[in-house]
Design a protein around this ligand. Structure first.
Ligand SMILES: Nc1ncnc2c1ncn2[C@@H]1O[C@H](COP(=O)(O)OP(=O)(O)OP(=O)(O)O)[C@@H](O)[C@H]1O
Ligand SMILES: [Mg+2]
Length: 266
């Protein structure tokens, strides 16, 4: 219905944009520069941001573009669990049969990480997404995976991705060892008001429509409601287009946008 009414070639404001169609916001460019530094210099990094600001997308799209001959991406999407669960998940990502006891697991994982670097010349990047859910003891385990024995080589790169709570957790004294190893950090904000206009045009163009479908008042309201947080923008913009199509309105004005807000962001 929306596609046919507005003449879209594909639905705009989708959930999983392809890497080439990511909107190059200032925040995304800033995050990307830091992730590149991390990939080049290794160590640990921290990427935080409000819910729906684009953290996972940034981490996934950045690592997807790295040369797979040089980097092995270990992606842990964390749900609450014990340190042992974290180590088991990591072992599985490394294609290991997880050992039963914690000490054996750590040795197994360390061995696999060193082998990847030395034999395969592949550097592993461990991404812990939703890291605000990691328990304290799991966070305490992470620095131990970054340095082995007396060897100062950096065999593993760690990227912690999470909501603002993660920063508060890491500020606790007990996490000083992990904090000291964080070489780069970035907090993703929503789009600015000017970027929001460019983002709407970017999305519509990617869907094959070049005329503006949101009038000035609708764009202003969209910004006020979403503060440029991408998931909210996508959801609200698509709902507004759907309402406009059902009312046979060729553009979205403030009143449609406000009706869409009640429906999309209760
Ligand atoms: N640069 C971008 N260009 C276009 N769309 C984007 C971009 N970044 C994120 N998005 C879209 O915004 C939505 C939210 O992104 P994402 O899931 O990465 O947010 P998040 O910060 O990880 O959220 P959560 O806190 O819930 O984990 C997704 O639908 C994604 O497709
Ligand atoms: Mg996420």
């Amino acid at each position: 219905m929306v596609e046919a009414f507005f003449g879209f070639k594909k639905a705009p404001f989708g959930d999983s944009p392809d890497a080439k169609q990511l909107f190059p916001s200032q925040a995304w460019n800033q995050a990307k520069a830091r992730l590149q530094f991390l990939a080049d210099h290794h160590g640990a990094g921290l990427l935080t941001g409000e819910v729906g600001s684009g953290k996972s997308t940034a981490a996934r799209c950045f690592t997807a573009a790295l040369n797979p001959n040089l980097y092995k991406i270990l992606y842990l999407h964390w749900t609450p669990g014990s340190t042992l669960d974290l180590l088991r998940q990591l072992a599985l990502e490394l294609d290991l049969e997880p050992a039963h006891y914690r000490g054996d697991l750590v040795r197994q994982i360390s061995g696999a990480i060193v082998r990847l670097n030395r034999s395969k010349k592949q550097h592993p990047i461990l991404i812990c997404d939703e890291a605000q859910l990691l328990c304290h003891s799991a966070l305490e385990q992470l620095p131990l995976l970054l340095n082995f024995d007396m060897d100062s080589s950096r065999y593993l790169t760690l990227l912690l991705v999470g909501q603002p709570l993660l920063r508060r957790t890491l500020s606790l004294q007990m996490h000083e060892p992990l904090r000291q190893r964080i070489a780069v950090q970035y907090h993703l904000e929503g789009l600015s008001r000017e970027e929001l206009d460019a983002y709407l045009a970017h999305q519509l163009k990617a869907a094959g429509v070049t005329q503006p479908l949101f009038d000035d008042t609708a764009r202003q309201a969209l910004y006020q409601v979403t503060k440029g947080i991408l998931r909210k923008v996508n959801k609200l913009a698509l709902t507004a287009l759907r309402l406009a199509a059902s009312r046979k309105e060729s553009t979205v004005g403030e009143s449609i946008l406000l009706d869409a807000t009640t429906e999309a962001l209760p």
